[in-house]
Write a protein that binds this ligand. Structure first.
Ligand code: NAD
Ligand code: UDX
Length: 480
């Protein structure tokens, strides 16, 4: 029986390994982590991450050929294939701070693999890493190997949160990079054999190591660039009376462009896009390519601009101040169908409104008050360091309350900001909400999910990203 061990039981390691275990009953899969609460949660009925369909997959395999454990060394020692799916956050200090990937967790995992191994292994980079990381990992492993042979593969993950299980069941492609040597080819084939249990062979792409590593950064940069492009257009739409939804539709009808990933929003969030583009920018700078670095940096700049623009619009519409006004925040997660708040645009929007002394009442169906308070008190980039798993610091933001109901959040509020596109927000009783709010009552739709015309008929003043502005908003121009 082939034995797989995955180091890192997070958003990628957990779901990916659960699907491998489901699709490959002949393979024993152990997912290990240094975080005891995370592993305990994986072994309980309350999984540590919310992901549609995940519970079902885990229940089918856990205890059969899928195991979650904190005994990292034992499972690594016994494995034939070791996936490394640890966090690779942005460095917060030292060389490259604020841009470069922090490979501390990766390096310590690699050193541990070298220390405990007693047999040859394939080591798979599942984490998103800078190009040439495999070379560094190879050096660590071979210099500490006591004669054991390691083959390094790059197998970046392309799942998106909220649809992870579907993405894993039907991936657009699986990418495997390896050394172009007989041993490298053999290792690539061994990993191909795992995926071939359910992924058609022509969708399993093989490349050299550096292409696989760079393809992951490139794919995220291209995806994020589409959102920044449409968000840049949304500002121009508001200035000219064009409607960004109509523009996106017309543009996306061109088969060379395609219709997906063209929804204007308050900004993209999530643990990957910003981190991976900053990392790409840093790699370009290190390779003497400042123009290329600057090109990609603009994707982040437009994203920051879009979040600022939203805050400015809220404040300027409400007589240029939100001081002591109750603002309801509907949605805090970075997208629907996840409880993940890493780099969610809601953090920057809430901080912006708090800076203007607003009183926030926040509701998200999947995010706890502890998490929201932690996000609003944490420094930029700290979230992906082990701090993540420490108990919440005693600091709380007093201007913030968190509630478990959209009607409670909006009661007596002056304005509503919709920051996540949860389906339940589309069917709220907005007449009831309007009746219980201060007047004039505002809705700022950062996801374009409500029917603005219907809300205007009720009496709301409505702002929708990239849509023609109503008379009120035109009279209260936002300074960018
Ligand atoms: P995560 O923070 O959810 O999980 C990482 C886990 O690794 C944590 O539970 C942490 O405790 C554990 N860990 C760290 N060092 C360890 C060590 N030495 N030994 C054992 N466990 C250790 O992160 P994630 O979202 O799963 O992302 C993991 C990697 O995958 C990152 O490089 C990320 O860029 C990449 N990625 C993420 C996504 C996504 O949607 N989240 C998608 C594709 C790729
Ligand atoms: C992304 C990539 O899609 C995935 O392939 C990679 O493996 C990890 O990073 P994820 O961050 O989980 O996945 O979600 P994604 O669906 O890409 O959304 C990212 C952000 O962009 C969210 O905040 C989302 O709301 C926003 N978005 C997405 C838009 O604003 N408009 C769109 O049209 C699409």
């Amino acid at each position: 029986m082939v034995k797989i061990c995955c180091i890192g039981a997070g958003y990628v390691g957990g779901p990916t390994m659960a699907v491998i275990a489901l699709k490959c009953p002949s393979i024993e899969v152990a997912v290990v982590d240094i975080s005891v609460p995370r592993i305990n949660a994986w072994n309980s009925d309350q999984l540590p991450i919310y992901e549609p369909g995940l519970d079902d997959v885990v229940k089918q395999c856990r205890g059969r050929n899928l195991f979650f454990s904190t005994d990292v060394e034992k499972h690594v020692r016994e494995a034939d294939i070791v996936f490394v799916s640890v966090n690779t956050p942005t460095k917060t200090r030292g060389l490259g701070a604020g841009k470069a990937a922090d490979l501390t967790y990766w390096e310590s995992a690699a050193r541990m693999i070298a220390d405990v191994s007693k047999s040859d292994k394939i080591v798979v980079e599942k984490s998103t890493v800078p190009v040439k990381t495999a070379e560094a990992i190879e050096k660590i492993l071979t210099h500490n190997s006591k004669g054991i042979k390691f083959q390094i593969l790059s197998n970046p993950e392309f799942l998106a949160e909220g649809t992870a299980i579907q993405d894993l069941f039907n991936p657009d492609r699986v990418l495997i990079g390896g050394r172009e040597t007989p041993e490298g080819n053999k290792a690539v084939q061994a990993l191909k054999d795992v995926y071939a249990h359910w992924v058609p062979e022509d969708q399993i792409l093989t490349t050299n190591l550096w292409s696989a590593e760079l393809s992951k950064l490139a794919a995220n940069a291209f995806l994020a660039q589409r959102i920044s492009s449409v968000n840049a257009m949304s500002a121009l739409c508001e200035a000219t009376g064009a409607d960004v939804t109509q523009v996106s539709y017309a543009v996306g009808k061109d088969t060379r462009i395609g219709p997906k990933f063209l929804n204007a929003s308050v900004g993209f969030g999530g643990s990957c896009f910003q981190k991976d583009i900053l990392n790409l920018v840093y790699i370009c700078e290190c390779n003497g390519l400042p123009e290329v670095a600057e090109y990609w940096r603009q994707v982040i700049k437009i994203n920051d601009y879009q979040k600022n623009r939203f805050v400015n619009r809220v404040v300027s519409s409400m007589f240029n101040t939100v001081s002591n006004k109750k603002i309801a925040i509907l949605g805090f997660a970075f997208k629907k169908d996840t409880g993940d708040t890493r780099e969610t645009p809601a953090i920057d929007v809430c901080k912006g409104l708090l800076g203007d002394k607003a009183l926030l009442s926040i509701y998200d169906p999947q995010v706890t008050e502890d998490q929201i308070q932690r996000d609003l008190t944490m420094n930029k980039f700290d979230w992906d360091h082990p701090l993540h798993f420490q108990p919440m610091s005693p600091t709380t933001v007093k201007q913030v309350t968190c509630v478990w109901d959209a009607y409670e959040a909006t009661k007596d509020a002056h304005g509503i900001c919709i920051l996540t596109e949860w389906d339940e927000f589309k069917t709220l009783d907005f007449k009831r909400i309007y009746d219980n709010m201060q007047k004039p009552a505002f809705v700022f739709d950062g996801r374009n999910i409500v029917n603005a015309e219907q809300l205007r008929e009720i009496g709301f003043i409505v702002y929708s990203i990239g849509k023609p502005l109503d008379a009120w908003l035109k009279d209260m121009p936002a300074v960018a």
